[in-house]
Design a protein around this ligand. Structure first.
Ligand code: ADP
Ligand code: MG
Length: 360
C-alpha cells in the first residue's frame, strides 16, 4: 500500500511536469516565458527539500516526501525535480512548488479531503477562467481524494503585495478591482454561506484568540466585535467569494489577475473579498512604513475600479471584520510573533474600530 502510494505520487508529479514540456516542444521556435524572480526570496523558498515536514496528518506530503527521499521522482534525462516548501500550516496543509527546468506545478497536500476545492477549480475552468489569458485561476491538473492532494498549474507573476513593494501600487489595486469585476458576473454557486452572520460567529474566536495572549488586546477586540454586532449589514445577493483574498493571493499575470488558494471559498457578498484585499494592502505599510504611499495608491485604484459594484457601508463592515481577523491570526502562533507584534495588533484593532464605526 505504502509502495503503491509512492509510485502514484511519483508518477503524478513526473507526468505533470513532462506534459507541459511536450507541449512546449511542439511550439518550436517560441521562447518559453521567463521565470518570475521575486526581488527578495522569502525564507521558506530557500528551505532544502530534505527539510520537508514530517506531518502524518497530511498523507500527500508524507507520500511525496518518501518518494523524493527514495529518489523516485525524476525528470527524463535523470534531472531531479526540485521541491520547494512554499506554505505550511502544521496539521492542516502544505504547499509545494515542484519544478523541473522551466516547468512548475503547485502541489497542495491537505488534512481534509480537498474534493470541494477541486470541484470549484473545475467549475471555474468551465466558466472559462483556467485559460491562458485574461483573468485566471490555476488550472487543476490532477487531484487525489485518498492522498488528499491537488496538483495545479503554476501562475507566473508578482503578487499584489510585491507590486506595492516595488512601486506599482496602482497596478496592484487595478488587478484586485479586475478580479472583483469578474467575480460579480460569475455564475458559480458552490460553497458554504460566508456572509455577515457567519463572520460575526467567527469573530468570537478571534476575540478569544487575542484575549488569550493579552487581556487588554482582548478587551479592544471585544469593543470591535460589539460594534460589528451593532452595524451588521443586511445579507444581500450572494456571489462566489474567495474568502481569503489576501494581497499575496492576487498575482499579476501580465494581461490580468491570477487568483490562487481557494481553500476558503463560499457564497457571500463581494464586499467580503474587497474588505480582505484592502485590509491586507493596508497591513503592508503597517509592517513597512515606507510603503504607505504605494499602499494608498493601491487602495485608491481598487476603490475607483469597484465603486459601482460595492456598497460603502457594507465594505467598511467587512473591512473591519478582516482587520480583526488579521489581528487574531497575528497572535495565534507564538513562534510567528515578530518584534513589535503587540503594537501592530493594536494598530489593526484601531483601524478595525474606525471601519466598524463607519459601517453604522
Ligand atoms: N498555482 C500557483 N501559482 C503560483 N504561485 C503559487 C501557486 N500556488 C501557490 N503559490 C505560491 O505559494 C504560496 C503559498 O500557496 P498557497 O496556496 O497560498 O498556500 P497556503 O494554503 O499555505 O496559504 C503562495 O503565496 C504563492 O506564492
Ligand atoms: Mg495562501
Amino acid at each position: 500500500m505504502q509502495h503503491l502510494k509512492l509510485i502514484t505520487t511519483a508518477s503524478l508529479l513526473t507526468g505533470l511536469l513532462v506534459t507541459p514540456l511536450t507541449r512546449t516542444a511542439a511550439q518550436a521556435g517560441k521562447a518559453p516565458a521567463k521565470l518570475y524572480q521575486p526581488q527578495k526570496a522569502p525564507p521558506r523558498r530557500r528551505r532544502a527539500t530534505a527539510e520537508l515536514p514530517d506531518d502524518s496528518a497530511l498523507p500527500g506530503l508524507m507520500a511525496i516526501r518518501e518518494a523524493y527521499l527514495a529518489g523516485a521522482i525524476m525528470f527524463p534525462g535523470n534531472r531531479p525535480i526540485e521541491l520547494v516548501l512554499r506554505g505550511y500550516t502544521p496539521g492542516s496543509r502544505a504547499t509545494l512548488e515542484a519544478r523541473a527546468g522551466r516547468h512548475r506545478v503547485a502541489f497542495k497536500a491537505y488534512a481534509e479531503n480537498p474534493a470541494p476545492e477541486a470541484a470549484l477549480y473545475e467549475a471555474l475552468a468551465t466558466a472559462g477562467l483556467a485559460g491562458t489569458s485574461g483573468v485566471r485561476v490555476p488550472p487543476l491538473l490532477a487531484w487525489d481524494p485518498n492522498l488528499r492532494v491537488l496538483v495545479m498549474g503554476w501562475l507566473e507573476g508578482p503578487t499584489a503585495r510585491e507590486l506595492v513593494k516595488t512601486g506599482q501600487g496602482k497596478r496592484a489595486g487595478d488587478l484586485g478591482a479586475r478580479w472583483i469585476q469578474q467575480a460579480a458576473s460569475l455564475p458559480v454557486k458552490l460553497g458554504p454561506p460566508l456572509a455577515a452572520t457567519a463572520i460575526l460567529c467567527r469573530s468570537r474566536q478571534w476575540v478569544a484568540a487575542l484575549g488569550a495572549v493579552d487581556p487588554a488586546l482582548g478587551a479592544a477586540a471585544t469593543v470591535v466585535a460589539a460594534k460589528l454586532g451593532r452595524t451588521q449589514p443586511k445579507e444581500g445577493v450572494a456571489n462566489l467569494v474567495h474568502g481569503t483574498l489576501y494581497d499575496c493571493h492576487v498575482l499579476d499575470l501580465g494581461d490580468g489577475p491570477g487568483v490562487i488558494d481557494w481553500q476558503r471559498f463560499g457564497q457571500g457578498p463581494l464586499e467580503l473579498d474587497a474588505g480582505m484585499f484592502l485590509a491586507t494592502i493596508w497591513r503592508i505599510a503597517l509592517r513597512d512604513e515606507p510603503f504607505a504611499g504605494e499602499a494608498a495608491s493601491a487602495e485608491q485604484a481598487f476603490l475607483a475600479g469597484t465603486a459601482s459594484l460595492l456598497d460603502k457601508r457594507t465594505l467598511a463592515w467587512y473591512r473591519a471584520a478582516a482587520l480583526l481577523r488579521i489581528a487574531a491570526n497575528k497572535v495565534r502562533v507564538v513562534k510567528r510573533r515578530k518584534v513589535g507584534w503587540r503594537a501592530r495588533a493594536y494598530a489593526l484593532l484601531g483601524e478595525a474600530s474606525q471601519f466598524a464605526e463607519a459601517a453604522g
